[in-house]
Design a binder for this molecule. Structure first.
Ligand code: HBZ
Length: 839
């Protein structure tokens, strides 16, 4: 029989292959099959989790077919591949996203219902991979989604942490951290590939030798070797066959190394070595800024970078390409400086292992790498103590010295007799104890450097990276962040998706600029009414969830005023609290005051060692405790802290917001991406001129954005003039009253000591200028309250926000990376018939 004949017979009988077929009947059969043969269960004893696994495997089969064809196509064709190196990924739950992308949500729902089950409760079984801290990790996940959807060949490399970001519980108002055992019940989305293990060396020493050609070479004799095992997760694109790979590395002890060569007869010693090796990828550091001097963190960084680069070189050579063309086939994006050691590692691999000359290797390296910076805070720039670095990576230290020497020779020619310039640019920070500056290594080793919002890039060029900008202005570009409308609209807000699609079709899902077509509908009263009905229903969903989980009753007609993000002083959750207390005081003074009811919702984790952030959580919950139960307030104000802000929980939050709080001190938030998710779902923003807020405001137009506060320039001036927060406190009675109420113990059962550190910080130093922005914030919030009274105009503004948010799709961001930094093109994937592929 010819393949055509087989297809004909299949078609005539409507038989679908059980691993690729998409009809609900086939899916139902496949789910039952997987329940039996993978979970080893039959319906009478299967748990909901077993069903989740069966459905997940059923969907994975459909993905595998596309994935294999993707990998095959890239292998066979001469394509250039984007390699995204990121120590963090926050992809969120996979199942529902894959249903959306494959276009089989309805079929799977039907299949599941025919078996007497409910898809929502099956979806709720999934443990999300919390392999990141916040914005940076989530951005990597949005970019993987857009890369696949745009059919750009890509691999995302990272670390398979056994424990992700901690789960947050709130006990007596305080954050409590619980270990995140996300792999406990198995992970149906990953495929381990032990056959592709690589070795990573640590410690030891180097020695020179002369090779067969008589050339001077260096050999690295390590103290320890660790194996890296890749675990691959397929990342689907929206309604395309392209399915990319997220390849995460797990550390294991290489048996040969510990058991034979070094620990003959020492069984316990060998097992110890195994434990030490496997500690490497045990846990994610739960900090959203670098922890200074933790050796294990540097080990994690080097481990995953070395695994990834070795893997890339192997793929390149397997394709039959010469090592010299590596940079023509791969471009490597550094997601912040966490993988910046890659610059030295690629040099080591090319020079020491593949025996290239330094200059050739350096050309390849510089052309392969590009660097994204995500922070302006100078204290958040990563540096490593030279001693620690040298003892862990002795060869890389030599290579960095060599890079630095050649770099500074070049600088010296340009800036004759300017030793300060040299000292500022050097890869080594002198003075006291020496340190390696990872951002400098990333800048020198890359052909492109980008910030993540227009203001951020400008401030990089004037501030922390100014000397590099003066040297190489052509390397700098801005790529404003974006978020994927698949997860952040289609998946989390089906009601609004349906309403919008009914009016303007569905092209916006991959062309978000098409939201423009909503503009004229903002003028249509009937449409506005439907919009309001949707928002009301979505707010009710969140209210129901909070009722069920926290026993708090919320009024869905109140303003849902939401701040959800990591807790940080610069993000100023406590400024939000000062507003709440101000409103509270006003109502206490005047119980008949007509204020629109507001529900303040907070979510976010604090780094476990960040005491002030933890105290801010305690302040929020304490104020809530008092305000929520004060009869004088008559339910006009409610304060909710939603525990455990992660991707899953965030998905209930963004759609329900009326007001999005983006109130960081100007010049501190590199971009923000939550601001985009809220706006996309029809919230209005109250915000400062910081990060991407500026561009969002430009896009939606000033009238549709609540702006307050000092600009980044004002803040610099304010500090230069010697900022005295007490002046604001002494001259603003409402501000004084709010702060005094905290200090008095009113929210802490009379305990004046509890919030003293926070009050002192505000009155004595206030590094994030809350007091300077307080009045402007309060005035702006009063305008918000006014505006909300006119529901029709509010809705019109919300629709205009959505209509004009198209630019903030991660598809736009990825197109810019492709055009300006990566020089890569899409490659479409055609599915071979499964039967044919098998044959
Ligand atoms: O990256 C965030 C920025 O604060 C935010 O403004 C931006 O929108 C986002 C995406 O570009 N930065 C982070 O999330 N940073 C981290 O999570 C982080 C994690 C580990 C570190 C340092 C920073 O060692």
């Amino acid at each position: 029989l010819s393949p055509e004949h087989i297809t004909e017979i299949y078609d005539s009988f409507h038989i679908e292959d059980d691993r690729t077929g998409l009809s609900s009947e086939t899916l139902q059969r496949a789910i039952a099959d997987n329940l039996y043969y993978i979970q080893g269960k039959f319906p009478e004893i299967a748990t909901l989790y077993d069903y989740y696994m069966a459905v997940a495997y059923t969907v994975r089969d459909r993905l595998l077919h596309r994935w294999i064809n993707t990998v095959k196509t890239y292998r066979e064709q001469d394509v250039k591949v984007v390699c995204y190196l990121s120590a963090e990924y926050l992809p969120g739950p996979h199942l529902e996203n894959n249903l959306v992308n494959l276009g089989i949500y309805d079929q799977v729902q039907q299949a599941v219902e025919s078996s007497g089950l409910d898809l929502r409760s099956i979806l709720a079984q999934e443990e999300e991979p919390g392999l990141g801290n916040g914005g940076l990790g989530r951005l990597a996940a949005c970019y993987m989604d857009s890369l696949a959807t745009l059919e750009i060949p890509a691999i995302g490399y990272g670390i398979r942490y056994e424990y992700g970001i901690f789960d947050q519980e709130i006990r007596e108002g305080w954050q409590v951290e619980i270990t995140d055992k996300w792999l406990r019940l198995g992970n149906p989305w990953e495929i381990p590939r032990p056959e592709n293990a690589v070795e990573v060396k640590f410690g030891g020493y180097t020695e020179p030798y002369t090779d067969d050609q008589g050339d001077y070479r260096v050999r690295w004799i390590p103290h320890q070797v660790v194996n890296g095992i890749p675990y691959d997760t397929p990342i689907s694109g929206y309604r395309v066959n392209t399915t990319s790979t997220m390849r995460l590395w797990k550390a294991e002890a290489p048996e040969s190394f510990d058991f034979q060569a070094f620990n003959v007869g020492d069984y316990y010693g060998a097992v110890d070595a195994k434990i030490i090796s496997e500690n490497l990828t045990k846990v994610l550091y739960p900090n959203d800024e670098p922890i200074q001097g933790k050796q294990l963190r540097l080990e994690q960084q080097y481990f995953f970078v070395s695994c990834s680069l070795q893997n890339l070189l192997k793929i390149h050579l397997l394709r039959g390409d010469p090592i010299e063309t590596f940079h023509e086939k791969f471009v490597i994006q550094l997601n912040d400086t966490h993988p910046a050691i890659g610059v030295a590692e690629l040099m080591r691999l090319l020079v020491d292992e593949y025996l290239l000359h330094w200059q050739k290797a350096w050309d390849i390296t510089q052309q392969a790498f590009a660097y994204t910076n995500h922070t302006l805070l100078p204290e958040a720039l990563e540096t490593w103590p030279l001693n620690l670095f040298g003892s862990l990576l002795p060869r890389h230290l030599e290579i960095i010295y060599e890079i630095n020497q050649r770099f500074l020779d070049q600088v010296r020619l340009k800036y004759l007799g300017n030793p300060d310039k040299l000292a500022r640019l050097s890869l080594i920070e002198e003075g006291g104890s020496k340190r390696i500056r990872m951002a400098h290594l990333a800048c020198v080793g890359s052909h492109a450097i980008n910030g993540v919002a227009a203001l951020h890039t400008e401030l990089l060029k004037e501030g922390v990276l100014k000397d590099f900008y003066d040297l190489w202005p052509h390397k700098f570009t801005n790529i404003t962040n974006g978020v994927t409308p698949r997860r952040w609209m289609v998946l989390i807000n089906p009601r609004l998706t349906q309403l919008i699609t009914r009016e303007i079709g569905e092209t916006w899902i991959t062309q978000l600029e098409d939201f423009k077509r909503l503009e004229s509908l903002a003028e249509d009263p009937a449409f506005r009414q439907e919009w309001r009905r949707v928002k009301r229903a979505v707010k009710q969903d969140l209210a129901d969830y909070i009722q069920a989980h926290q026993g708090l009753t919320l009024n869905p007609d109140s303003i849902f005023d939401i701040q959800a993000k990591r807790i940080h002083e610069y993000k100023r959750q406590h400024l939000n609290v000062l507003h709440i207390i101000t409103l509270y005081n006003r109502i206490k003074h005047n119980p008949r005051l007509a204020v629109p009811p507001r529900t303040f919702i907070f979510g976010g984790k604090a780094a476990p060692g960040y005491q002030m952030a933890k105290l801010i959580i305690k302040l929020i919950t304490s104020v809530g405790e008092v305000v929520n139960h004060d009869p004088d307030i008559c339910d006009l104000i409610k304060v909710v802290f939603l525990p455990d802000f992660n991707v899953t929980n965030s998905q209930r939050i963004y759609p329900a917001a009326d007001l999005s709080e983006q109130i960081s001190t100007a010049g501190k938030e590199a971009s923000g991406t939550g601001n985009m998710k809220f706006s996309m779902n029809g919230a209005l923003t109250i915000g400062t001129l910081d990060g991407a807020n500026i561009e969002i405001r430009e896009a939606v137009e000033a009238d549709n954005f609540f702006l307050f506060g000092h600009t980044s320039e004002d803040i610099v001036d304010l500090k230069a003039q010697g900022y005295v927060p007490k002046t604001f406190y002494n001259t603003n009675p409402a501000l004084k009253e709010a702060i005094d109420l905290i200090a008095s113990g009113y929210f802490s059962h009379g305990n004046r000591a509890l919030f003293q550190p926070l009050v002192d910080q505000l009155l004595q130093a206030d590094p994030y200028c809350l007091l300077a922005d307080y009045q402007s914030y309060i005035d702006c919030q009063d305008q918000v309250g006014q505006a909300f009274q006119d529901q029709d105009t509010w809705t019109k503004t919300a629709i205009l926000n959505v209509a004009r948010i198209g630019r903030f799709s991660s598809d736009r961001a990825i197109r810019e990376y492709c055009r300006e930094i990566w020089w890569v093109n899409p490659v479409s994937i055609h599915l071979e018939e499964y039967q044919q592929a098998k044959a």
